[in-house]
Design a protein around this ligand. Structure first.
Ligand SMILES: Nc1nc2c(ncn2[C@@H]2O[C@H](COP(=O)(O)OP(=O)(O)OP(=O)(O)O)[C@@H](O)[C@H]2O)c(=O)[nH]1
Ligand SMILES: [Mg+2]
Length: 387
């Protein structure tokens, strides 16, 4: 203390200069001084200083790269809708299409015209073989696009040319490049005719082959849900399921959680091949937990039997006031319905932005039985539409 005082005395004039005073107490400079002091005391490098560790952790987090690729018209529309809602935190959006005009009007962070030589930007004309060949024309570009990503979402509408032909090829390339592939696709409305459904089901088998997990949205179910909807509204509703799947899963992986579902957990569940369902639900008020999980589980589009599921993942988002009983209610409602030996992972995001009385749940149930993914000869198309 004395020493310090004497030093100040020696430099009295300088130390009274207000500018210098500011500099000395600037917190960044002060931190630097402290770091220097501490590293000189420990005699070690600053490799473990919290700043270095934080930047290292940031690099690791950023290396969990996620790509959401919309293929064809419906896939690109889904990406466009994601972008108009502000994009997805933690994922890059991409639209790929054979239709140049549609691609031009699509908002996406990255875009690729498929099969320029083959179709000259005019679309695949309902022919999956053209869709496939167009994608093959750009195979190297697609490889470059997906390379280095951990998780690739492939979104498309099955039944016409580009989505049906190109999406399985994009998924195949992504798997070959070592990415985990989650596909989200729609099946056509009955009013689109039987041949579209046949085309779609063939595409679905192939897409399933190259996807770790596949989420199927049967468009026709939308009509049961909302029979008075216009076609546009019905498409919007199907898009919501596509979007919820992509955004919900990405949030699960990238948002910091209090009880953490990390990427390794998510991968473990999604790596299981086969159909999965994803549900998103919100609850409000006293019974918000029951409401949220009931909504998440009761989406009529999720047309599958979940009792056979061997893996499930749930993320709960609420304000700090979430209680242990609420967590227990949600997790029990899920474990009661899935296979007793199923792997179950849950996480919780404490989100201060959530209103006090609300709670949201995102649930992924893997390896469910889907009527659309039986052997093609066992599928009755009429029954699919009727059920
Ligand atoms: N949910 C939703 N489904 C759509 C939308 N547009 C089309 N679909 C469905 O997706 C199927 C495929 O349509 P598109 O994606 O437009 O076709 P495409 O893959 O671009 O194929 P081509 O135009 O032949 O190159 C249709 O049969 C519809 O069932 C959309 O905006 N939203
Ligand atoms: Mg098209």
């Amino acid at each position: 203390m004395d020493e310090h005082y004497i030093m100040n005395l020696d430099e009295e004039e300088d130390s009274l200069n207000p500018d210098d005073k500011n500099q000395t107490f600037d917190s960044e400079d002060a931190d630097k001084e402290l770091e220097k002091l501490l590293s000189s005391q420990s005699g070690s490098s600053d490799r473990f200083s919290s700043r270095s560790v934080d930047s290292f952790i940031q690099q690791v987090l950023q290396s969990n790269r996620i790509l959401a690729v919309g293929v064809g018209g419906a896939g690109s529309n889904a990406i466009n809708n994601i972008m108009t809602r502000g994009g997805i935190i933690g994922a890059t959006t991409v639209a790929v299409n054979t239709d140049a005009r549609h691609l031009l009007s699509t908002q996406a962070e990255r875009k690729m015209l498929l099969g320029r030589e083959l179709t000259n930007g005019t679309g695949a004309g309902n022919d999956p073989n053209i869709g496939r060949a167009a994608s093959e024309e750009n195979e190297e570009d697609l490889r470059e696009l997906v390379r280095g990503n951990d998780l690739v979402f492939v979104a498309c509408g099955l039944g016409k040319g580009t989505g049906t032909g190109a999406a399985p090829h994009v998924a195949k390339i992504a798997q070959e490049e070592g990415c985990l592939v989650v596909s989200v696709c729609t099946l056509p409305f009955a009013s689109e005719g039987q041949s579209k459904m046949e085309t779609a089901l063939e595409g679905l088998q192939e897409l399933n082959e190259y996807s770790n997990t596949i989420i199927v949205v049967p468009n026709e179910k939308l009509l049961m849900y909302a029979p008075d909807f216009t076609l546009w509204d019905a498409f919007k509703l199907a898009d919501d399921v596509l979007i919820n799947a992509v955004v919900g899963l990405t949030e699960l992986i990238v948002l910091p959680a209090r009880v953490n579902v990390d990427f390794a957990d998510t991968k473990k569940i999604l790596r299981r091949s086969g159909p999965a369902v994803i549900g998103v639900g919100k609850g409000k008020g006293e019974n918000r937990a029951i409401q949220a999980i009931t909504n998440a589980l009761s989406n009529p589009l999720l047309d599958v039997d979940i009792n056979s599921s061997t893996g499930s993942l749930v993320n709960i988002k609420a304000n700090k006031n979430i209680s242990m009983t609420e967590v227990d209610t949600i997790t029990t409602m899920i474990t009661d319905q899935i296979h007793p030996k199923a792997e179950f992972v849950w996480g919780c995001n404490i989100d201060d932005m959530m209103p006090d009385d609300e709670l949201a749940v995102t649930i992924v149930i893997a390896e469910v039985k889907s009527p659309h993914l039986s052997k093609p000869e066992e599928i009755s198309i009429e029954a699919l539409w009727r059920d």
